[in-house]
Unconditional design. Structure first.
Length: 228
């Protein structure tokens, strides 16, 4: 899983990073000192859990949480606020639907007990791709589209492609969330990644650096509402 730690105190940030890695040795933890930096990275790569300091140099953790909640792929992502002000708790729960809050200075053991079930749950939600000799784990939101090609599947993220030779497109689709749509006999697409439909030419645009992918005639009725 990927944990995003937004904390301008480097000593606290490193302490939190060490803690999440101790809980899950496979965890990808990243630290950012400003809200703007965290938001930019969160748009590029999916984050499974946020630890947000409320008092940040550029703007508040509350404002960052509001920006994250406005993004479809972060509506339900767990957020834990870090604060030196216990009075911030009610606002955190009501306005930003945070999972919990931690008052500084925090107790490491108590924080570990809070994080452990969250991190286990998020790890289970990942798509596990097992190939000969290695395993790749992807968060579903990282997957932009899946392409069937010469009896194999190519699973595309914005950073890489992963080859799957053990499942058909239909079988792989069954293991994905409902926001994945079959758009062509050989393609699945993450509806959250769609930026534009070209109905005239039968193309789906997904933004840089992805190429447009085809939309088959028999699948066009699946694209309604947002893209009309």
């Amino acid at each position: 899983m990927r944990v995003g730690i937004v904390e301008d105190n480097r000593m606290i940030a490193q302490s939190l990073l060490s803690l999440v890695r101790a809980i899950d040795g496979e965890c990808e933890g990243e630290t950012w000192e400003t809200a703007g930096e965290a938001l930019a990275h969160a748009k590029e790569r999916q984050v499974d859990l946020f630890l947000l300091d409320i008092g940040l140099p550029d703007y508040s953790g509350f404002a960052l949480a509001e920006q994250l909640r406005a993004m479809e792929n972060y509506v339900t992502t767990p957020i834990i606020f870090l604060t030196a002000m216990p009075g911030d708790a009610l606002k955190a729960f009501r306005a930003y639907h945070c999972y919990d809050y931690v008052v500084k200075p925090f107790d490491t053991r108590e924080l570990a007990e809070l994080l452990r079930p969250l991190m286990r749950r998020s790890s289970k939600e990942r798509v596990c791709i097992r190939q000969r000799g290695f395993t790749v784990r992807l968060h579903p939101e990282e997957i932009i589209y899946v392409e069937a090609c010469q009896r194999k599947l190519l699973v595309w993220t914005r950073q890489e492609s992963v080859t799957v030779s053990t499942k058909t497109l239909k079988e792989f689709h069954q293991g994905l969330p409902s926001y994945f749509i079959q758009c062509h006999k050989g393609f699945l697409v993450n509806r959250h990644a769609i930026q534009r439909l070209d109905r005239k030419n039968g193309l789906i645009y997904l933004g840089d650096p992805m190429p447009p992918i085809p939309m088959g005639d028999r699948y066009r009725d699946r694209f309604q509402g947002d893209w009309l």
